[in-house]
Structure formats: C-alpha cells, structure tokens
Ligand binder design. Structure first.
Ligand code: ACO
Length: 356
C-alpha cells in the first residue's frame, strides 16, 4: 500500500492589513492588551464584495496545484475545511470547484466543519482515500473569512481581536517511497464543551441546547425562551447571539493540556520522540498557547513555526498557511519529520506526523 505525500502547497491572505491600532477605533481595546494576551500585532481582512472563503481558497489552491506539477483537471477530490462558509448551504467545496473551473471531471467535493482542527481532520480523510487507492490527486484546503462575522463593538472584543482571514491549500498524492508522507493522524473530540467556543444562532437547535449555554457566554437572555431557529430575530441581533462566543480561559486550559497529549500519542504510535521532530506547526490559536505547548514539549525555538503575529487566528487555514511559510523559508526539507497539531471549538483536536 502506498503512502500519502504533500505534492504541492500554497497559501493566500487578503491584501488588507488591519493593525491592533485600527481595532481601537471600533472597540475599547489597546495594542498592549492584544499583544500581551495573544501575541497578535495585525491580521488580514477581505475586501467586501470581492473576496470570500471560496475565492481565497481558489488562490491558495492554484499555487498548490502548480507546485504539484498538475492541472486543475487532474484533481479527483476536493476537501474544504472552514467554519465561516460562503453560504449556510451548499458547502464551500462546490464553490471552490466552480471558482477553479473544475467542470469537466465533476469530481466529488466534501466540506469539513471541525473549526480549528478542520485541516487535520481533512488530512486524515484524504490520507485514507489515497492509501485505499480511491483517489490520486486530492485538493485539501482550509479557508476562513472571520471579518464578516465578528462583533466589532466592545462587547465582542475578547473574540474579535483574535481572528483573521486567509486560506491554505495542499495537493495530496500517493507515494511509494518507503517511510515518506503521512505517518499517522490522531483525531479526538469531546462535545461536553460544545458551547464554550461557539456560534449558536442562527441554527436549527430550536432552543433545545439552551441549558448548556454557560454563564460565561450568557448575554442575559432567558434560557427558557425559545430563541433557536435558522431565522434571525431582532432579539438575537440585540443580544449578540449571531456572533461567536468564547470562554477564553477555559479554552486556554484545555488547549495546553490536549496539544501535548495528542502529539505524544502520535509520536508514541510511530515509535518516535519529541527530539525527532524537525518542525512543529501548531494551529495558530494564540501565541501564548503555542509558547506554553513548546515549553511543555521542550522544543527549541528553531523547531516551531509561529506566524499568528501577522495573521491572527485563521482557524482551519492556520496550519496550511504556517506550513507553507515554513516550507517557503526552507525550514521544511526532504526527510524532515513535521508535526502538526490543533485544538479548538467542539472541542475537537488532533495531530499528524509527516515525513517530508
Ligand atoms: N481588550 C481589552 N480588554 C479586554 C479585551 C480586549 N480585546 N478582551 C477582554 N478584555 C478584558 C475583559 O473584559 C476583562 O476585563 P475585566 O477584568 O474588567 O472583566 C479582562 O480583559 C480579562 O478578560 P479575560 O477574558 O479573563 O482575559 P484573558 O486573560 O483570559 O484573555 C484571551 C482573553 C486572550 C481570549 C485568553 O483567555 C485566551 O487566550 N484564551 C484562549 C482562547 C483562544 O486562544 N481562542 C482562540 C480560538 S480557539 C482556538 O483556536 C483554540
């Protein structure tokens, strides 16, 4: 059975740079607070009416396809990970397919909604398809446009300052070179904490889950009132229920526990150790989380790649963007052991080991 290798990689971020200073015009925050708590200096936002998750993804995908030495018509399956899709439905996979003009083959397109760990879940799915011989050129992308759905008033500042827009893409192909490619992927989730980091309305829950909405994200509405639905009510808008909510400290504590745990699990299964990792690409959740995980793993600075300072947290896109940057900088070379890991909303988390 052949393995799965990354044959091409690309990323694309919008041109528009939004500094912390710019955010202070809309909400009560400071550059010092944001840098100290998150490490973020600036992020990118799309141009309205011009860019969407699907268009950012198409730009990143075009680079990955070219670097893989194939054409768009060679793609036989698309996997699209995002939490901020263009439409509620249909998914972004088909919009990317249209954007790229993959019309002749009518290849399949799958959407993945696993938030921060979407890319790792997508990689795992692609790996199984390639290893089983079902597909030979899978396009996997993570893309997000957060800027269209954040609360830019002071009420939403703990969430809004963190997120940015962008896309990363890889082309995955079979490899017969022994030991090359994806060594393993580990996937986990725990739905107990679904509402700790969530965008709850609009949705089809019809109020059923309201008892799980914690005080930390309670905007003061009556839990017994039925506020759920795919319709948007004035009360939902007034109470900020159509924006993401997060219990930041809880997420932080879980993240620094689960990141090292899942990396060690993947290493153990592969018979490897932390000292074997040449480059660690963590999901760019928050620089403080990445630094804490780095310390817990005792990884030297040159073996971890962080770029949240420039792009903020781009959720499903953060790993392929960071991986691409590290590769372009010559920090990921043939034969290197690359470790990817993510933790986020769901909670879902996972890790992947790749021999480049
Ligand atoms: N600017 C200024 N003040 C702010 C801001 C802001 N942007 N946001 C919150 N504050 C205030 C709060 O109102 C609060 O004020 P108070 O003490 O007067 O009530 C104070 O700062 C402390 O608020 P906390 O929420 O307790 O701040 P904390 O130190 O926990 O930092 C943060 C918040 C950065 C979100 C932190 O909890 C964190 O990093 N959590 C991890 C979550 C994360 O990284 N999520 C990313 C997405 S999930 C993922 O990808 C894993």
């Amino acid at each position: 059975m052949s393995g799965t290798r990354i044959a091409g990689i690309g990323f694309h971020v919008p041109e528009r740079v939004v500094t912390n200073e710019e955010l202070t015009r809309w909400m009560d925050t400071t550059d010092e607070w944001i840098v100290e708590r998150t490490g973020i200096h600036e992020r990118r936002y799309v141009k309205k009416f011009e860019e969407t998750p699907a268009t950012l993804a198409a730009q990143a995908a075009a680079i990955a396809i070219e670097r893989a030495g194939i054409t768009k018509d060679d793609i036989d399956f698309i996997i699209f990970a995002t939490l901020s899709p263009d439409y509620f439905f249909p998914g972004c996979g088909v919009l990317l397919q249209r954007e790229l003009g993959i019309t002749k083959t009518e290849c399949g397109a799958l959407d993945i909604r696993n938030q921060c760990s979407g890319f790792i879940y997508g990689l795992s799915v692609a790996d199984q398809f390639i290893k089983s011989g079902m597909y030979k050129n899978i396009l996997l992308v993570g893309a997000e446009v957060h800027s269209m759905g954040l609360d830019f008033s002071t009420r939403g500042r703990n969430v809004s300052v963190i997120f940015g827009d962008g896309a990363g893409a890889v082309v995955l192909q079979p490899t017969d070179k022994p030991g090359q490619g994806v060594l393993n992927t580990k996937l986990h989730s725990n739905g107990t904490y679904a509402e700790k980091l969530a965008l709850i309305s609009p949705g089809s829950h019809s109020g059923y889950h309201n008892r799980h909405i914690p005080e930390a994200v309670d905007y003061g509405y009556d839990h017994n009132t039925d506020l759920g639905g795919t319709f948007v009510t004035q009360k939902m808008l007034d109470d900020g229920l159509c924006f993401p909510t997060m219990d930041g400290q809880f997420v932080f504590k879980m993240a620094i526990q689960k990141f090292p745990e899942v990396i060690q699990e993947a290493l153990h299964q592969a018979g490897l150790q932390v000292s074997d990792i040449n480059m660690f690409i963590p999901h760019q959740a928050n620089l403080r989380i990445s630094q804490m995980v780095q310390r817990l793993l005792r990884l030297p600075d040159e073996r971890i790649w962080n770029n949240i300072q420039k792009y903020g947290n781009t959720t499903a896109a953060s790993i392929p963007i960071a991986l691409c940057e590290a590769w372009e900088a010559g920090k990921v070379k043939e034969g290197d052991l690359v470790a990817l890991a993510a933790f986020g909303s769901g909670f879902t988390w996972g890790a992947a080991l790749i021999r480049w």
